[in-house]
Ligand binder design. Sequence first.
Ligand code: SAH
Length: 355
Amino acid sequence: MSSLVDLRRFSLPELESMVAERGLPAFRYRQMARWLYGKAAASIDEMTDLSLDLRTELSRDYEVGGLEVVAERTSQVDRTRKFLFRLQDGRSVESVLMPLGRRYTLCISSQVGCTLDCVFCDTGRMGFLRNLEAWEIVGQVIPLWREIRAERDDKVRTNIVFMGMGEPLHNTDAVIEACRLLTDPLGLHLRPKGITVSTAGGIAGMRKLADSGLGVRLAVSLNATTQEERERLMPKAAKVPLLELVAAARDYAERTNDRATMEYVLMRGVNDRPEDADRLGDLFRGGPFKINLIPYNPGGNGQLERPDREAVDAFARRLYPQAPVVTVRWSMGPDIAAACGQLKTEVERTTPPAA
Ligand code: SAH
């Protein structure tokens, strides 16, 4: 175990105080931040506008670590890439990179496992292990950011979606801190509207996120049009009543001057009937919402099925006159289990095996 302190664990204010405490001028803080985030440097040695003496001095106490990618798979179908990161306590999380033309969408995790245990989601089946810290959330972005930067194409856009493992608004403070670093000009300087936090129903978290003033986008996993149906599919998330959830999403959208996305995982014979489409339309008519239909991706739940393409189209067509912005998200990476709801990692043994 190295005794050096990992610079990637520092928030920007912590980095700034560290520089001040060492008696270094403030511009050194800005230089180091730019190396660490904007340029995703992998070592202190790479920080070439710090003097050699300063680099040597810093290397006595610090290193650039971050999260380690321990496995990577690339889809042969659509070039989607899935990464497995090993955390310092031996646990692991997954994230997924989806390339689409000159746009990258990176789907990251906010917790190891999840407390919610929705019936259609594999992450829930692995249980909840712990929250990620802000630096571990940003740490999933850094290795890819380094690659994307290496392409030196200013037109490449990077979007981040908190749709990997976990419920981001059950880990709101770390998610807000991570978003701050992702959007700060001295951090990764991403557009706030390029970041989407997806929640199954953290109302208090939505308020906190709006209060943060960051202006990131919100998506809400609705998945059902009645309270009873939602309780069946998402028993824990449904503790927040459906109408309160919709009201909170409307509030977030209005405060951020944006539309909130309503995600609706379509499951055959469960929530894909014409009356479901009509109720869904009724819930959102005229509001600041977009509706994103996600055909169910099969996972460990042996009961549920994905509707066929015709059924998905029919549902979208029925909804369309009432809800003007309807999109269908066919998940990517089908051959590498990289689709929505399929992220899970091996559950570690919590008790040592018998001798
Ligand atoms: N906990 C957060 C973020 C993780 S899930 C949330 O619930 O929003 C991200 C999205 O994937 C959610 O909209 C969720 O409903 C969807 N999802 C989960 N399992 C799925 C599956 N098997 N097929 C399709 N979408 C799924």
